[in-house]
Design a protein around this ligand. Structure first.
Ligand SMILES: [Zn+2]
Length: 319
């Protein structure tokens, strides 16, 4: 340990106190010769009294090294053996002023690194189209944040129903880089995202809406069984998969149409009667038409080919 130190004892200190102080600060090979416990016993004084004698009548100035930035001498005043050891062993290499500047610089670098990291994360999420891999709930939270933008309204509309659940989703969205949560100390001050993401999300949302929107009409094809081996087998069988929900309501008139195809299969279509009128509304205004004509018109516009999904081959399918 390479350091200079200087002990000053006030002039008006009594002889006894001076003796205690000298013993207290006595150093040998940078170690204190007398522990406070020894002095307390020897002079029959409490720790409080000993502290006061040292603090009120003496100072110890440590001159350890020079500030590596500005070269100013680093001087510390200590009032106890503990403080002395702390300062002697400390790794401080800056004066207070330079330390403050140094801390500010470090903070700035950390913030810059953080910004670079967040930005890279956001770019990565955009490039990998991560919004397409979210669940419906996660996508809905992301869409709301992007649409609403305002922090207070987001909290009111999104978090009020299910605070914890929404945070779980928001944390995931932040982790994978779709959004960035802006924080100041411990509070959230806003939500940020790349401008490019906004258009992509809204376009994707439109796509989902169109694709997932339930339909009220149904078309499919009945495939004819050509190799019936048993009497109880159906004449037509197959499997069809609906790409979206089809909603058929009670009490509503549906029109059905069937077309026999050259291969023997039958194309079927069910459409609400109401819709038929809506579609051909203009025609009706011009000249009232009989339902039969409207139907004929609608069916003539239907595609003649239907896609046939996975024809059912189990001969024993009980119908
Ligand atoms: Zn300095």
């Amino acid at each position: 340990m390479k350091l200079k130190y200087n002990i000053n004892i006030s002039k008006d200190t009594t002889k006894l106190k001076r003796e205690i102080i000298k013993k207290y600060w006595a150093l040998e090979n940078m170690e204190f010769k007398n522990k406070p416990s020894i002095l307390k016993k020897e002079y029959n004084i409490s720790q409080y009294e000993l502290n006061n004698i040292i603090k009120n009548n003496s100072t110890c100035e440590i001159n350890k090294n020079e500030c590596i930035e500005c070269g100013i001498e680093l001087i510390y005043n200590v009032t106890s053996q503990t403080q002395f050891r702390e300062k002697a062993n400390s790794t401080i290499i800056h004066c207070e002023e330079c330390q403050e500047k140094h801390n500010k610089q470090l903070k700035k670098e950390r913030e810059l690194n953080q910004t670079i990291y967040i930005n890279q994360n956001l770019q990565k999420a955009l490039a990998h189209r991560l919004w397409e891999k979210l669940t419906i709930n996660e996508f809905s939270v992301l869409k709301s944040i992007i649409k609403i933008k305002d922090r207070n309204i987001i909290f009111k509309e999104l978090f009020s129903q299910n605070y914890q659940g929404t945070w779980t989703i928001v944390n995931k969205l932040e982790r994978i880089g779709l959004i960035s949560v802006l924080r100041s100390e411990k509070s959230v001050i806003g939500f940020d995202f790349l401008t490019e993401l906004e258009n992509k999300i809204l376009n994707f949302d439109e796509k989902i809406e169109t694709v997932l929107k339930p339909k009220n009409n149904l078309s499919f094809s009945l495939a004819r069984k050509t190799n019936k081996s048993k009497e109880n087998q159906p004449d037509y069988s197959g499997v069809f998969v609906l790409p979206v929900d089809i909603v058929l309501k009670k009490g509503i008139d549906y029109i059905y149409g069937g077309w026999i195809q050259s291969d023997g299969s039958i194309n079927l279509k069910f459409t609400p009667k109401e819709e038929l009128y809506n579609v051909t509304h203009k025609d009706i205004e011009k000249e009232p038409k009989h339902i039969k004509d409207v139907m004929a018109n609608m069916f003539s516009n239907l595609p003649r080919k239907f896609e046939n999904n996975n024809e059912f081959n189990n001969d024993d399918m009980p119908f």
